[in-house]
Design a protein around this ligand. Structure first.
Ligand SMILES: *[C@@H]1O[C@H](CO)[C@@H](O)[C@H](O)[C@H]1NC(C)=O
Ligand SMILES: *[C@@H]1O[C@H](CO)[C@@H](O)[C@H](O)[C@H]1NC(C)=O
Ligand SMILES: *[C@@H]1O[C@H](CO)[C@@H](O)[C@H](O)[C@H]1NC(C)=O
Ligand SMILES: *[C@@H]1O[C@H](CO)[C@@H](O)[C@H](O)[C@H]1NC(C)=O
Ligand SMILES: *[C@@H]1O[C@H](CO)[C@@H](O)[C@H](O)[C@H]1NC(C)=O
Ligand SMILES: *[C@@H]1O[C@H](CO)[C@@H](O)[C@H](O)[C@H]1NC(C)=O
Ligand SMILES: *[C@@H]1O[C@H](CO)[C@@H](O)[C@H](O)[C@H]1NC(C)=O
Ligand SMILES: *[C@@H]1O[C@H](CO)[C@@H](O)[C@H](O)[C@H]1NC(C)=O
Ligand SMILES: *[C@@H]1O[C@H](CO)[C@@H](O)[C@H](O)[C@H]1NC(C)=O
Ligand SMILES: *[C@@H]1O[C@H](CO)[C@@H](O)[C@H](O)[C@H]1NC(C)=O
Ligand SMILES: *[C@@H]1O[C@H](CO)[C@@H](O)[C@H](O)[C@H]1NC(C)=O
Ligand SMILES: *[C@@H]1O[C@H](CO)[C@@H](O)[C@H](O)[C@H]1NC(C)=O
Length: 458
């Protein structure tokens, strides 16, 4: 497995290939293979508040403190290296933090930051500059908890081995703003930049991330993710995972995913609405032969694609699935595995982008697909299983090249002669009763390439 990331210039025609290093070039994951093979057990007791007495080797709980050129470590289980609490502010500069020791309760680690290398709690804050935070046996690098808690990080080297070892991890409405980060995680379910219930707000700029473990995404959105100028590679996870009505924005990012999908956004129990995904000036590449570009299940979501690329080999550009993701985070589970399912409803607005691939909806799911501002799409829309419905809208400057005969409900085209739809000899069927297809008045219209647009026969 190559240990470096490859950046393709974010131009429509790639002109340069540059190798980018990540922390796994320095500490080899093979030296920590046992750690990285550990699996998290979530079937354990849950506590409902963050305890005041988080176990820790060092505490900063009194006013503002500056520490420089220092080293902090612990090897105790269930113990943080540093806790900042009670409204304190810690500024740490040129500081190395080394954490080992296991987590015996991964719910406590996830929801309250037990065993994190640094845990900033309850209206406290921290500014961390030029820090090396290395963890083993499963621990978050930087944890932020509480509504008014803010952690700022600049020039950070974050390494982890072991399960549930997120790089930046915000929960309890905490915020983390990271810049110039080099991140690697080797364990399972160890996403680079993560929120957790009820919400975390994670902003990351000018950074590099490499996650190797199963279920480790670059971004685990629970709350808000905003990423700008980030190059990332998730060997065994999607670029973005999200559970529920979360909001993820990627600007000028180049992200590669090796498992599930380019993004995998879902609701883990009742279907929620209000999820958002925005890709601007970004590129997502999926490596697996069956991986969709963008995957949604049991969710109602709005997607904006602006001057962005989605590079996939599966042929599936967008999937609106009747499906779920289980705690194993490694496959799409159907109704037999989890019956808490409803169809996905996905509304995608594309501007200034050229996209190739199919829209695939399952068992009552729906995709609304709008192309504007010099966008193009080459592909078809079809059902993966059962009923599926699609609405397609084009402005005058955008175009669609069919790769198969296609059936849509609403067909909107600001070019009323449909001269921007290239048929390749295929037929585009539309529902003449659908509100936004009525302007076609049930006509059959010849399309460039020998095919035609015609009403679904009734
Ligand atoms: C944070 O505040 C909450 C609410 O007052 C409290 O339950 C919790 O113990 C506090 N956490 C810490 C680490 O002080
Ligand atoms: C720390 O956790 C590990 C793994 O669960 C366990 O083997 C070890 O006994 C624990 N150490 C202590 C001091 O409890
Ligand atoms: C960070 O600390 C780890 C553990 O001490 C060390 O192996 C690694 O080389 C350090 N990274 C950098 C960039 O100095
Ligand atoms: C997080 O925000 C919610 C909604 O505002 C609030 O009810 C909850 O107490 C907050 N949690 C913490 C730990 O601050
Ligand atoms: C989603 O996040 C982006 C960037 O942080 C923000 O501009 C936008 O307002 C958010 N949208 C919603 C609906 O919260
Ligand atoms: C389905 O998923 C939800 C949420 O993860 C979970 O509460 C429920 O137990 C699962 N049901 C089954 C049958 O696995
Ligand atoms: C798409 O991704 C594959 C695999 O990384 C790469 O070989 C190919 O060059 C990429 N294509 C484009 C157009 O970027
Ligand atoms: C859709 O979900 C089913 C499981 O319900 C899965 O077998 C299939 O591979 C998924 N397909 C896509 C394209 O998401
Ligand atoms: C399709 O949805 C229905 C509920 O509307 C459900 O009973 C059935 O199991 C689903 N089938 C598949 C293959 O997802
Ligand atoms: C379709 O639109 C794209 C993007 O504006 C453009 O580059 C391409 O030339 C158009 N195709 C045709 C056949 O007009
Ligand atoms: C066409 O649209 C009408 C109005 O929404 C709907 O009742 C009907 O089921 C649709 N027909 C087909 C074949 O999808
Ligand atoms: C067509 O678009 C209208 C307006 O957005 C929507 O209400 C309707 O459900 C869509 N589908 C059909 C079949 O009419």
């Amino acid at each position: 497995m190559a240990s470096s990331l490859v950046l393709f210039a974010l131009l429509r025609a790639a002109v340069a290939t540059i190798t980018v290093n990540d922390p796994s070039d320095t500490i080899l994951p093979s030296d920590w293979a046992d750690d990285n093979a550990l699996l998290a057990d979530y079937d354990i007791a849950f506590i409902s508040t963050q305890p005041r007495d988080l176990a820790t080797a060092y505490t900063f709980d009194d006013g503002s403190k500056l520490v420089q050129h220092k080293e902090y470590s612990t090897d105790e289980n269930d113990t943080c290296v540093i806790v900042v609490s009670d409204g304190a502010h810690l500024t740490a500069s040129h500081v190395d933090i080394l954490k080992s020791g296991y987590s015996s309760n991964l719910n406590e680690a996830s929801f309250y930051g037990f065993n994190a290398a640094i845990n900033v709690a309850n209206d406290s804050s921290a500014t961390l500059e030029h820090v090396n935070i290395t963890v083993h046996n499963g621990a978050a690098n930087v944890y932020s908890y509480g509504t008014d808690t803010v952690v700022k990080l600049n020039h950070a080297w974050l390494y982890s081995s072991g399960p549930v070892s997120h790089g930046l991890y915000a929960s309890g409405n905490g915020t983390i703003i990271g810049r110039n980060i080099k991140h690697f995680s080797g364990g399972t379910r160890s996403s680079a930049f993560s929120g957790d219930s009820p919400a975390g707000y994670v902003y990351v700029y000018d950074s590099v991330s490499h996650c190797a473990g199963v279920g480790s995404a670059t971004y685990y959105a629970l709350g808000t993710i905003y990423a700008e100028n980030v190059i990332s590679h998730s060997d065994n996870g999607p670029v973005v995972f999200s559970d529920g009505a979360q909001n993820a924005t990627l600007v000028n990012c180049d992200a590669t995913a090796g498992l599930l999908g380019g993004v995998a956004m879902f609701s883990s129990s009742v279907r929620l609405s209000g999820a958002k995904l925005k890709l601007k000036d970004s590129k997502i590449t999926t490596l697996g032969e069956t991986m969709p570009g963008l995957w949604f299940g049991n969710l109602i979501v709005d997607v904006d694609i602006d001057n962005s690329q989605i590079n996939h080999t599966s042929g599936v550009l967008v999937s609106a699935n009747y499906s779920q993701i289980t705690q194993e985070f490694n496959h799409y589970a159907d109704y037999t595995e989890n019956s808490s399912l409803q169809p996905a409803e996905v509304t995608v607005k594309v501007v200034d982008s050229d996209l190739t691939g199919d829209l695939v909806a399952y068992n009552g799911s729906y995709i609304s697909w709008t192309l504007k501002s010099y966008s193009s799409w080459t592909g078809t829309a079809y059902s993966g299983y059962g009923d599926a419905s699609f609405d397609v809208a084009l402005d005058k400057t955008s175009n669609w090249t069919l790769t198969e005969s296609t059936t849509v409900q609403n067909l909107t085209d600001k070019d009323h002669t449909l001269s921007n739809i290239f048929s390749n000899g295929y037929t585009l069927y539309y529902n003449s009763s659908a509100t936004k297809s009525r302007w076609l008045k049930g006509r059959t219209i010849s399309l460039d390439g020998g095919g035609s647009a015609q009403p679904i026969s009734t």
